[in-house]
Each structure stands twice: as structure tokens, then as C-alpha cells.
Design a protein around this ligand. Structure first.
Ligand code: SF4
Ligand code: SF4
Ligand code: SF4
Length: 277
């Protein structure tokens, strides 16, 4: 029988919600244990060991020297490293702290720690699993595909496509500010499905037309300050000072299981080889 692949699940500055998604796989996670052994997963097992890993999943952004060192050690000890969740992929919610001025107000001490950034600022990332939190089913299918030596192809389409496919009524057309037109798909438009506008948690598509969306939001009467806050929510560290950037927080390797399914049963999305096997 083939050797079980060694997997580590690590956490940096985060809310641990993405790790919870993995635990929430429940029986499916137990089934995956036929193919992998999880040697590092502190949320589930305190006695985790830092050693060699075939696949390392890293949740969270880097905000301290200690975290940077931990991340670099994980990279050194891992064959394949996957960023999981908005914090690891592009800074996410923790990087909102970068917007806070370092001078304290009355009664407050100044903040003097370093900026909070995505993990690819310090190490090579082999793949990005997006979302806040990640989709647990996407995690499971990605891992299975990787174990077969394949890497899902990048898909570069906005959440709007998923709304169209599922005949979900457009919120933007009803005057509700939605970031779907610039946001990478893969969540099956879960927020618009529940009448909630997309907040951009999966990062932007390659050729996102941010200016056009900003114009649309302005025409709805949304103040510029609110538009800016909306756009900063999931990628503050990369959008700041880059108002003209069309690729503010896009890494390579985006993956959308929904779009993959759309391509039919041939599953040609696994053609690209990975170096794991
Ligand atoms: S991406 Fe979201 S759910 Fe995942 S760790 Fe960061 S804040 Fe939590
Ligand atoms: S609701 Fe949002 S994501 Fe859906 S089609 Fe409209 S703008 Fe796009
Ligand atoms: S609709 Fe937008 S905010 Fe909601 S899960 Fe999808 S990408 Fe994230």
C-alpha cells in the first residue's frame, strides 16, 4: 500500500474559521484519513509535530516576526504549500489593522507592531484556496485531486456568472451594493442567493474592472468613503494607495469547483500535473 501523505494544517493571525471548516467535514475528513496522516493540526490535536510534510495548509496572515519564522520553517519542511482562506491569500480581515494610524488618540497607546500581510509576501505559495471562510467541500475535492497528482485549473470568472447560472435575481440591479462583478467565483454565489451582497471575500478576478463598479456604486448614491471601506474589507494591505490597480489582490491558481462542474463530467480540470507524486 502506498505511503500515506503527510499533511500539516497551520494557523497564523486568523479567527481559525477556516480550520473549523476542515473539522466540519466530519465523516468526510475521517474518510480522507485513508490517504493522509495529519501530523500537525493544533486546533484538533495539541501534540502536533513540526516535521516533513507532503502538503502544508496555512491559514492566517503574517503579523509578527514569530509568525514569519514559523511560516518559513513550514515552507522549508513542505513539498507543497497551500494558502487557505482570505487572511492567508490576501491579508483578509486582520489586514484591516494596517489602515489604523500608528499614533494613539487620547487615552490610547500608539500601535507599533508591523503590518499584517498575506503569506506570499514571505514564502512561495503553490496554491490558493479562497474565501472567508474556505468552502469545506472545495477543500476536500482539492485535497483528493492533489493526492491524485493533479492541480485544478485556474478559473477566472466573477460571482455574477454563478448568479446568472442559478437565475438569482441581481442585487446590484435592485440598488444593493454588491462586489460580485469583480470577485472571483467558486462559492456558488452563496451570499446573493440569500439576498446578501457579495463582500469580495474570494479576491478579485484578473481583469476586474474596479472603476466601472465604483461608478455603479456611486450612481446608487453610496458615499465614496463607504465604497472605499467596502473595497478594503478583504484586502486592505493590497488596495491601499493602489486606487488604479486592476489586480489588487489576485494570486495565481484560483479554483472554482462550481465552474469545473459546469464543464461536465470529463473532469478535464485536473490535467495540470503537480509535483506531489
Ligand atoms: S479567512 Fe476568514 S474564516 Fe478564515 S481564518 Fe481568516 S477571518 Fe477566519
Ligand atoms: S447579485 Fe451581485 S454577484 Fe449576483 S449578478 Fe448581481 S452584482 Fe453580480
Ligand atoms: S458571494 Fe462574495 S462574499 Fe459571499 S462567499 Fe462568495 S465571494 Fe465571498
Amino acid at each position: 500500500m502506498a505511503r500515506l501523505k503527510k499533511v500539516g494544517i497551520f494557523s497564523l493571525t486568523s479567527c481559525e474559521g477556516c480550520q473549523l471548516q476542515i473539522l466540519d467535514l466530519e465523516k468526510r475528513l475521517l474518510d480522507l484519513l485513508d490517504f493522509i496522516e495529519i501530523d500537525y493540526f493544533k486546533l484538533a490535536e495539541e501534540r502536533s509535530r513540526m516535521e516533513y510534510f507532503d502538503i502544508a495548509f496555512v491559514e492566517g496572515a503574517v503579523s509578527t516576526i514569530h509568525e514569519r519564522e514559523k511560516l518559513e520553517t513550514v515552507r522549508k519542511n513542505s513539498k507543497y504549500l497551500v494558502a487557505i482562506g482570505a487572511c492567508a491569500c490576501h491579508g483578509g480581515i486582520p489586514s484591516l489593522r494596517n489602515l489604523i494610524k500608528t499614533t494613539g488618540g487620547r487615552g490610547y497607546h500608539p500601535i507599533s507592531s508591523s503590518k499584517t500581510v498575506a503569506i506570499n509576501k514571505f514564502v512561495k505559495v503553490d496554491y490558493y484556496l479562497r474565501g472567508c471562510p474556505i468552502e469545506k467541500e472545495e477543500f476536500a475535492s482539492f485535497l483528493l485531486m492533489l493526492l491524485r497528482g493533479k492541480v485544478p485549473l485556474e478559473v477566472n470568472s466573477p460571482v455574477c456568472g454563478e448568479c446568472n447560472n442559478r437565475e438569482i435575481e441581481c442585487l446590484l440591479r435592485k440598488g444593493i451594493p454588491c462586489l460580485g462583478p469583480i470577485t472571483a467565483s467558486g462559492c456558488n454565489a452563496v451570499c446573493p442567493e440569500h439576498s446578501t451582497p457579495c463582500e469580495g471575500c474570494r479576491g478579485t478576478i484578473e481583469d476586474a474592472n474596479i472603476f466601472s463598479l465604483v461608478d455603479s456604486l456611486k450612481s446608487l448614491g453610496l458615499p465614496e468613503r463607504d465604497i472605499e471601506n467596502k473595497l478594503h474589507k478583504f484586502a486592505s494591505s493590497l488596495l491601499i494607495g493602489k486606487g488604479r490597480s486592476s489586480r489588487p489582490f489576485r494570486g495565481k491558481g484560483n479554483y472554482s469547483p462550481v465552474d469545473c462542474r459546469k464543464r461536465g463530467a470529463s473532469l478535464d480540470w485536473g490535467k495540470k500535473k503537480c509535483n506531489l507524486l
